[in-house]
Design a protein around this ligand. Structure first.
Ligand SMILES: NC(=O)c1ccc[n+]([C@@H]2O[C@H](COP(=O)([O-])OP(=O)(O)OC[C@H]3O[C@@H](n4cnc5c(N)ncnc54)[C@H](OP(=O)(O)O)[C@@H]3O)[C@@H](O)[C@H]2O)c1
Length: 242
């Protein structure tokens, strides 16, 4: 069950954190995986450290033309996992136009542009999987991440819309929404015991997720067992969104 061996996979933002865990698990299961990050050196290093079954492709997803450059490097894939994102922690009335643009560009615009690049081959072969990594903030926004939360809600709207349009071509489109996960992104803030206690108080399960806790959902949605699931949102959050 949950077979992905032989599939060509791109996981954006897989130099660290959740993306790296998913990419490493898919490579270990026999998939051919593109590791992606914004910079050459770090991406190559991540690919080398994961090892067999991976190759490195880098492109800064905040830049114009990024989807084209990434597609040129990887060629077509069977499974596209859109995981990279940018998140600025700031009060709503302090967000700058540049910070707004960067978060929307990386989290939403580049997702559409990448889907536009990779879907034609999926359509031609009558099989494809697109998984976006959203956030619990689609439902429970954090007061200091107003634009990040908005970008993730918009991303899920995109998922539902495209899921309906691409289902007749054998392509599923789904969203995985993590809660508070222990990754390099939030390592600094959760080192503060008061902040950590506040985070844990909002998680019914009582603990933060690990980097690998989204792997199972991705295997389900990417494999044949997930063929009848599309347009779905799967929360991986220990109950945080309830
Ligand atoms: N951690 C959580 O608690 C949490 C909660 C809810 C949702 N999520 C979502 O889960 C996903 C992964 O989160 P994470 O915590 O694992 O993130 P992370 O540790 O911050 O890693 C982010 C990844 O995205 C890449 N990236 C960032 N900006 C980029 C850009 N401009 N161009 C290309 N790549 C870029 C980074 O690559 P480089 O280092 O090479 O730039 C890195 O590989 C994200 O979509 C995040 O929003 C996380």
């Amino acid at each position: 069950m949950f077979e992905v061996a032989g599939k060509r996979v791109l996981v954006t933002g897989s130099t660290q954190g959740i993306g790296r865990a998913v990419a490493a698990a898919f490579a270990a299961a026999g998939a051919s995986v593109w590791i992606h990050g914004s910079r050459k050196e770090k991406t190559e290093k991540a690919s080398e450290s994961i090892g067999a079954g991976t190759r490195a492709a880098w492109a800064d997803l905040s830049e114009a033309g990024c989807a084209h450059r990434l597609y040129e490097k990887t060629g077509d894939v069977d499974i596209l996992i859109l995981n990279a994102s940018v998140q600025y922690r700031k009060a709503w009335d302090a967000v700058t136009a540049e910070e707004f643009d960067t978060q929307l560009h990386v989290n939403l615009k580049s997702s559409l542009e990448l889907i536009q690049k990779y879907v034609p081959a999926m359509q031609a072969q009558g099989w494809g999987r697109i998984i976006t990594i959203g956030s619990v903030q689609q439902f429970v926004p954090h007061k200091d991440m107003v634009i990040y939360a908005a970008s993730k809600s918009a991303l899920y709207a995109l998922v539902r819309n495209l899921a309906k349009q691409l289902a007749p071509c054998g392509i599923t489109v789904n969203n995985v929404a993590p809660g508070a996960m222990a990754t390099p992104r939030n390592a600094d803030v959760v080192r503060n015991p008061d902040y950590l206690a506040k985070v844990l108080a909002g998680i019914p399960a009582g603990y933060m997720g690990a980097e690998h806790d989204c792997n199972g959902a991705c295997f389900l949605l990417a494999s044949e067992e997930g063929r009848y699931i599309t347009g779905a949102n799967l929360c991986i959050d220990g109950g945080m969104s309830l």
